[in-house]
Design a protein around this ligand. Structure first.
Ligand code: AMP
Ligand code: MG
Length: 417
């Protein structure tokens, strides 16, 4: 298991900019190295451990892209109709068992290997066949409707790069190249727990002053979307000994511990002291809203990510910081999520010096996409995420948004898996 140095997340500055936090994560998190071989059909979402080279040309043979007639281009008259004898037949899975003869057209179907000697295919719609002959229109170009062997992926070239999180099309490509198993990184084992005396398990009768634990379910879904194996450690009371025991045993069997709540410095917030007692903890006072201090620490060399308690702050800090951390730890290599410019359909004022993630939905207005901000902003308003399509990201320097201004939009779909 990757060991982290005690102070690897230390940051002395006052407010840590999001970009700086991201670069600390990129620099300091060491991926798990173990890999395993898994059946192709169950490899979706796993991180490819080694680059996959094409063992042969794909497609393996030149073949017809249409149903029609395969001919030698040299047999075609350039300026008028050509009439050729039709003799052989080639269908997918049933190649012509001999080379094509000069002056002959071969009846051919999509996917059939191109007969040796034929280089061009005329679509059947452009041909008139009768009594063993076919009349071919002039004007086709040499090589038309022929798919070359290796035109998709050439033998010996990289088909899928190491670090790729496997998607359905990747599985298709690996299958086309004959792979029945793939080498993937071991899935991350993540321990997940919530802290707070007020929290109850959904389904239990609610006690006075209690709320149901929302974060653990939000986080289970987010972690599962990243391919992590989640151990649900439940709800922990705000008691130091219970927390310490739980964290210590979690550290022995996991690659990462994710907690929510109890990270502030109030007298009911014990995470800081407990984690410091077991290993080390670095509070990041992030220049982000929403998202109260996020903490990164380690217990027994295992990274611990202490997320805020408020559910919207949990979602934002997870999607913006925990997600890249987890992907790095899992060995995934991918470009950052794509955001794009849209028009603001609202006005807003903000303090400079921190990055804000407003929840917003998109609507199409003519050619333009317009972002409408969710009307309520509080870090506890979980419905703001449920009813939105993504984040409008306002950078540190921004202090106001006027209707019609161009703003950066990050769709949830870019970061939910
Ligand atoms: P804390 O950081 O523990 O002070 O929590 C901040 C706010 O988030 C409080 O209102 C908590 O009740 C709330 N909160 C903490 N954990 C959860 C949770 N798992 N589900 C829903 N709300 C929570
Ligand atoms: Mg609490």
């Amino acid at each position: 298991m990757a060991q982290l140095s005690e102070d690897c997340f230390a940051f002395g500055g006052a407010l840590l900019p999001v970009e700086k936090a991201l670069s600390l994560i990129a620099e300091r998190i060491v991926p798990v190295t173990e890999s395993e071989s898994v059946p192709l059909a169950s490899s979706q979402g796993r991180v490819l451990a080694e680059g996959l080279m094409a063992p042969f040309d794909l497609p393996p043979h030149a073949n017809s892209a249409v149903d029609g007639y395969a001919v030698a281009f040299a047999d075609l008259l350039p300026d008028r109709e050509t009439v050729l004898k039709v003799d052989g037949r080639a269908a997918a899975g049933h190649p012509l068992p001999r080379p094509a003869r000069p002056g002959e057209a071969i009846r051919i179907f999509t996917g059939a290997p191109m007969p040796e000697g034929a280089d061009t295919v005329l679509m059947q719609e452009d041909c008139v066949a009768a009594e063993g002959l076919v009349r071919l229109k002039p004007g086709i170009r040499r090589g038309a409707n022929r798919r070359e062997s290796g035109e998709d992926v050439a033998k010996g070239t990289l088909a899928l790069a190491a670090g790729r999180r496997l998607k359905p099309a990747d599985l298709g490509l690996a299958a086309a190249l004959g792979f029945s198993e793939l080498p993937v990184r071991r899935a991350l084992k993540v321990a997940l727990l919530s802290t707070g005396d007020e929290l109850m398990e959904p389904g239990a009768p609610r006690a006075p002053g209690a709320i149901y634990d929302a974060n653990r379910f939000l986080l289970t879904g987010l972690l599962a979307g990243l391919g992590a194996r989640v151990s649900d450690l439940g709800i922990l009371a705000d008691r130091e000994e219970a927390l310490a025991d739980a964290l210590q045993s979690a550290a022995s069997a996991h690659d990462l511990i994710v907690t929510s709540g109890g990270m502030s410095t109030g007298e009911e917030d014990h995470m800081k002291r407990v984690v410091e007692g077991l290993g080390s903890l670095h509070f990041w006072r992030l220049a982000i809203k929403p998202g109260r201090p996020v903490a990164l620490g380690q217990v027994g060399g295992v990274p611990l990510l202490g997320l805020p308690g408020n559910p919207v702050a949990v979602a934002v800090t997870f999607l913006i910081l925990a997600r890249p951390l987890i992907l790095k730890l899992a060995g995934a290599i991918e470009p950052p999520p794509i955001s794009f410019a849209v028009r603001a359909g609202f006005s807003y004022r903000k303090k400079p010096g921190r990055r804000e993630y407003l929840r917003a939905s998109l609507r199409q207005e003519g050619e333009e996409l317009v972002a409408q901000k969710y009307p309520r902003e509080g870090a506890g308003i979980l419905s703001s995420i449920v009813r939105s399509d993504g984040f409008v990201i306002l950078d540190e320097a921004t202090t106001a948004v006027a209707p019609g201004a161009s703003v950066k939009f990050l769709p949830f779909s870019e970061v939910l898996s």
